[in-house]
Design a protein around this ligand. Sequence first.
Ligand code: SAM
Length: 416
Amino acid sequence: MADYIRLVDDRWSFRDADTKQYTHCYHTYPAMMIPQVARALIEEYKPEGKLNLIFDPYMGSGTTLVEACLAGVDSVGTDLNPLARLMGKVKSTHYDEQKLKYELSAIQSDLIFYNDSFVKDRNFERISNYTFWYTEANLLKLSYLQQLINEHCSEQSKDFFLLILSEVVREVSFTRNGEFKRYRMKEESIARFNPDVFGLFERKAQRNITGLQQFNRDANGASVSVYDFNSTYGIPAEIIQADSVDMVLTSPPYGDSHTTVAYGQFSRWANEWFGYKDAAILDSLLMGGKRTKDEQFVTNSIRRELDEIRRLDEKRYWEVVSFLNDYSKSIANVAGTVRRGGVVCYVVGDRRVKNVQIPLDFFTAEMFMANGFAHQVTLVREIPNKRMPSKTSPSNVAGEQVATMSHEFIVIMRKL
Ligand SMILES: C[S@@+](CC[C@H](N)C(=O)[O-])C[C@H]1O[C@@H](n2cnc3c(N)ncnc32)[C@H](O)[C@@H]1O
């Protein structure tokens, strides 16, 4: 790692960028990639020769897929989170705008005369603890929205409206605003909380149709495929052949979901509402979710940090190692899909555990180098608009927090 270059370049912070252009406006998600980062990477770091296929092994809300569409390049994404897959699919689909507007107005006409006796599905048992999280009146309104989507929308456009409903389902629950984890509001806030369920749905629908219009105008018909395979365990050859990918563009998790970003908790509202499998245990299925008791990788780049964490707290050390075991296996599998000369861009965070900074960019480059790649450069960018929680609990003790991420590292490597 002697000639490893970290380049601090303010241009990559995209301080004033509009991150909600196109279908990027559809739905929030934890730790979203800035679209401008993906766009600039495709433009400035695309591999020599052809660029026909981009792969995102942790696609989240599908930022890479949307940007691949805008660049006219086919893409494949995978994520274990069903809500992420719904987002990835919907955000990269060229729906017929006129048809959506027509269907939306049919829904709106019925909403005007709402009466809760119209609601057919009144069974909410699939939602854990639903009376703790919702008022009965709002549950019925949400159910009515779903009923109207089913009545008025064609099979092709249903998902477009269900993704809107997904955001509303979360926003009208008693979850604290701005939190990824499931924390309930204080009683005083609940007493004042009176969300306009139908208004939220209608405004989001208008917003998303505007985003779709921009997307339909500027993206051509590149193909997008969304899957649910776990790259830690292998990449199905019938989906992506070895040595076939021109560019990998992704932002992986930077630790297990329990101690870093809780994708499963954030998504549980929608995943339960839609009855998706494994909604309650998703975080334990994600990278690092299962504890292991041996180091299954060889590292020099973060050896000192790992030893220090172990000295301070053995349990935290094994948490970190469990994540890195999965992460390094995933990298070996991802590396095998890339063609010679192909480029890999990993946008990673620098995480602190027991106040020890773990340079995940070093580790990422080291693992790719062990799998036939050369490190080109690591771009360092500031995170100006807090898409990441700026604080997490480093010790998992409630209330004990520390600033974790103000920089991101874009690790760029090329296959030899
Ligand atoms: C940082 S987020 C990706 C954000 C994405 N770039 C965006 O712009 O929204 C990481 C994603 O990795 C997913 N993930 C975690 N472990 C995974 C695994 N083993 N296989 C596939 N996806 C996984 C999580 O569900 C999460 O959506």
